[in-house]
Design a protein around this ligand. Structure first.
Ligand SMILES: [Zn+2]
Length: 360
């Protein structure tokens, strides 16, 4: 398996881009950031915000819609939109499969700062059914949660005629998954370029009656007169660590720092759902990397650790996930632990408990 020569971005990450020198798209973006005229981008962003304000006033609606979980990125997004851009946002949130206590605190904390929010609950029985389906077919149960997450803010913006959607981080830039993806400001085509690409919810779950999938289907935006943007394209300071520190100052709670339990070395990840770590652990079996690879790669790119220090953390923690979380997940989607491990074994190409993988 090959990795970026600067960070630990692996070649098995779907759609990852490497240049001829073996440097990944995320590291190239980090370099590009140094050459960008950020003042100019901020001016462009303020102009977009002003146009949105004008349109919203005429239409009698909100200036912008922001999809939020209540975590570090959405706290920064919402407060930046309101306090720096002067917008009146409507927040849109989909309740996760099974929300954690910290996730609920963080969501309530953000709303308490003074925001209107539409909170969407999808039918948990249907969600568990779809998660089980994706788990068995692809070892990728997150597809089922991501369809409503991505669709909801666009659906609400279209229905309420809101002229602007502010999305957070374009993974095509920050994780280097830029093959065939948009790397500019435009976030209106996320349905083509994210986890939910390849098929609409109606197509992907074609054996399910569409009446159960209304909140999963990405809307047709052809008659929506609006714009969707990525905030990290315009804002220099955007980074997971920056957003985490900013949000902590505003009341966001991190989980306890326990990388063996969560498989992640950043205590501001995996906050709102019990199943993020389970998903990352399963991903390791399939693609050979988990959350710690992402954490250390971000840290290396920001100059906070060396590549060698990052490797030590990957060896120790990547792909780990406590059995308690796995049992909880099995219980939620209605399978036994044996069925879980049998399914994992069908997709297994790598093993997170093999601590001696030779990485070059
Ligand atoms: Zn890299």
């Amino acid at each position: 398996m090959k990795y970026c020569l600067k960070c630990w971005n692996p070649e098995t990450r779907p759609n990852v881009y490497f240049n001829e020198e073996g440097i990944c798209g995320a590291c190239l973006w980090e370099e590009e950031k140094k050459t960008i005229d950020w003042d100019k981008r901020k001016t462009q962003l303020l102009a977009i915000a002003n146009v949105a304000k004008g349109k919203a006033r005429k239409r009698g609606t909100y200036d912008c819609a922001i999809g939020i979980s209540g975590g570090k990125d959405s706290t920064f997004q919402a407060m930046y939109a309101r306090d720096v851009l002067g917008l009146n946002p409507l927040l849109v949130s989909v309740v996760p499969d099974e929300i954690t206590e910290i996730g609920l605190h963080n969501f309530n904390n953000l709303i308490s700062k003074g925001f209107d929010c539409i909170r969407i609950h999808v039918n948990p029985k249907i969600l568990a059914y779809l998660m089980r389906d994706d788990f068995y077919k692809y070892l990728h149960f997150r597809k089922a949660t991501e369809y409503p997450l991505w669709a909801s803010v666009y659906t609400v913006a279209k229905e309420k005629n809101i002229p602007l959607i502010i999305q957070g981080e374009n993974a095509a830039l920050t994780q280097g998954v830029s093959k065939g993806m948009n790397t500019d400001w435009d976030a209106s085509t996320v349905y083509k370029t994210s986890t939910i690409s390849g098929a609409t919810a109606y197509e992907h779950y074609s054996s399910i009656d569409k009446k159960y999938l209304r909140l999963y289907q990405f809307p047709d935006l052809s008659n929506w007169n609006g714009k969707a943007i990525w905030l990290n394209y315009y804002v220099k300071e955007w980074s997971p660590r920056h957003n985490a520190e900013f949000s902590k100052k505003h009341g966001l709670r991190f989980r306890e720092d326990n990388p063996e339990y969560y498989g992640s070395t950043h205590p501001w990840t995996c906050l709102d759902s019990y199943y993020h770590s389970v998903s990352q652990m399963q991903k390791y079996y399939k693609h050979g990397f988990g959350y710690t690879t992402d954490c250390v790669s971000y840290d290396i790119r920001e100059g906070l650790m060396t590549r060698e220090e990052g490797f030590e953390l990957i060896k120790k923690y990547d792909g780990l996930c406590d059995i308690e979380l796995i049992q909880r997940f099995c219980n939620f989607i209605g399978i036994t632990e044996k069925e879980h491990w049998d399914t994992v074994a069908r997709f297994k190409k790598y093993d997170p408990w093999d601590r001696f993988i030779v990485k070059t």
